[in-house]
Each structure stands twice: as C-alpha cells, then as structure tokens.
Write a protein that binds this ligand. Structure first.
Ligand code: COA
Length: 261
C-alpha cells in the first residue's frame, strides 16, 4: 500500500479504519482515489490480521460528496464507460470483501459517495449525514452501482423517488427508509462503528463470510439455486474447527474463541 495520497489506513486491533482523505474537495472520488481504494481493499483482503473494515471520510463535512465533477466534466462516451466500470469494479470488490465492511457516514454521502456506502455491508450515520443521488441534476445517472443497489436496499418506489428527484435526505429519514441501521452523534460515530462491527467480528469469521456470500448470491440467483448454494455453504461450515468451537462453547457456557479455521 505504498504511496497513498488520498486514502488513509489506521488500525484498532484487528479492525482497519479506511479514510477517504481529500477534505478540501469534500472527499470527492477522482480516478486516483478510486484506484487507491481498490488497492487498499485488495491488500486488506489477504491480510489475516484484519477481521473487519470501517470506511469513513476525513473532516466534519463529508463522507464522500460524489465522483469528482471536475473530472467527469471532461469525459466522452468512451471514457464515460471506463470511469463507470473502474468504479463499479472497486465497489464490487468492497461488496464481495470477505470480511464485514461498515460505512461510517458523518456528512454528505452524495452520488458516488452514497453508492460507496451502498456497496458496504453495513451503514451507520451521524446526525450530520446527508444522503442523495443528485446525478440527474448533472445530466447523468449513478454509474457506480447506485441504480441497482439502492432499490435492493430500500425498495423500488423509494429508490426511484430519490434517484429521479436527486433530493437529499437527512440521517433520520435515511434511518426510517432503511438506508442506515442507526443514527448517532458526530462525536461518537467512529466508536459506535467499532462497537457495531465488533458485534460481527466476535462471531465465527468463516461463518460471517459464508453468510455474506449466501446473501449476495441469493440476490442474483433463482430461489432453487440460491437455496442449494446455501445448503452447500451450511455443509461446508460443518467441517470447520470454528463450528465445533462455537457449539462446544455454547454447551460449556463459555465464550467461543474462533480461529477462522
Ligand atoms: N466533485 C468535485 N468537487 C467537489 C465535489 C464533487 N463531487 N463536491 C464538492 N466539491 C468541492 C467544491 O467544488 C469546493 O471546491 P473549491 O473550494 O475548490 O471550490 C469544495 O469541494 C467545497 O464544496 P462547496 O460546494 O464549497 O461546499 P458547500 O458546503 O457549499 O456544499 C455540497 C456542499 C455537498 C452541497 C456541494 O459541494 C455539492 O453539491 N457537491 C456536489 C455533489 C454532487 O453532485 N455529487 C454527485 C457527483 S456525480
């Protein structure tokens, strides 16, 4: 992860805290930020010391205020497809990340920033957060998966309304419509993010990974096939040391010590 200019990685034990760090542009995603995010997630994926990732934005105003409009303004239809594909690839890698990824949204999450939060497995917001997909106001559409993921998360009607109006919603409304799981104060955002993600990482890591795989596969597959896939993963987990440890710990009335094996 050498030479990162706009993405910072810090550690809290086995959690990686990844910060998009371009506050003077409200953490807008230019090509370099997208590339760096891809590099960071690719290196964290294979790091056995990482059990979970919190993704956030630097400064008090923004999570990420969208794709960099200065860059987008120069695209033609060929480079437009490439911009969209490059972003989609990185966001897909986040969605497919084998450990839980939580977006801690402390300000504007607009356009590509909202889409970035949507690609994460979990989302919490501070009371200052604002969400929206304003792309149509710029004469484009969300190109990093937003037209697909928002409807899956909050339902078709609400997603269509937000996408076609380009309106912003505040944190309370985002909570009401299921866009985030909780709203906390700005001061406690990162601590609350750590608390929530640790409720996940205390569980069997292989089980968490397989649960994510089954849930996401289920979205893209016919029910019969998705159920078969779930059964295969269920069976596979029965061969892990973690399953034995989890069940023994329950029967012995102690806390499980999962090794990820
Ligand atoms: N791309 C490029 N630059 C951006 C940006 C974006 N998506 N969002 C904010 N910035 C830049 C501004 O141009 C400004 O830069 P400058 O100081 O060099 O002029 C700086 O970040 C601060 O933003 P500013 O607009 O002055 O802050 P504000 O508090 O008045 O408004 C927003 C905040 C988020 C409402 C406003 O910045 C905005 O609408 N941003 C664009 C959101 C958007 O449409 N995103 C989707 C893109 S596809």
């Amino acid at each position: 992860m050498a030479d990162l200019e706009h993405v910072r990685v810090e550690w809290d034990a086995d959690l990686a805290i990844v910060t998009v760090d371009r506050p003077e542009k409200l953490n807008a995603l230019n090509a370099e930020v997208v590339r760096e995010l891809g590099e960071v997630f690719s290196s964290l994926r294979d790091d056995d010391n990482v059990r979970g990732v919190i993704l956030t934005g630097a400064g008090s105003k923004a999570f990420v205020a969208g794709a960099d409009i200065g860059e987008l303004a120069t695209m033609d239809s060929v480079s437009g497809v490439r911009v969209s594909r490059d972003g989609q690839e990185v966001f897909r890698a986040i969605e497919r990340f084998p450990k839980p990824v939580l977006a801690a949204v402390g300000g504007y999450a607009l356009g590509g920033g909202c889409e970035l939060a949507l690609a994460c497995h979990l989302r919490i917001a501070s009371d200052r957060a604002r969400f929206g997909l304003p792309e149509v106001s710029l004469g484009i559409i969300p190109g990093y998966g937003g037209t697909i993921r928002l409807a899956r998360l909050i339902g078709l009607g609400r997603a269509i309304e937000l996408t076609l109006t380009g309106d912003m919603v505040d944190a309370e409304r985002a909570h009401e419509i299921g866009l985030v799981s909780s709203v906390v104060s700005s001061e406690t955002l990162i601590d609350e993010a750590k608390t929530l993600i640790r409720r996940v990482t205390k569980n069997g890591p292989i089980a968490v990974r397989m649960a994510l795989e089954s849930i996401y596969r289920g979205l893209d597959t016919a029910t019969a096939e998705a159920l078969d896939f779930e059964s295969s993963l269920f069976g596979l987990l029965a061969s892990t040391e973690d399953m034995r440890e989890g069940m023994e710990a329950f029967l012995e009335k102690r806390k499980a010590d999962f090794k990820g094996r």
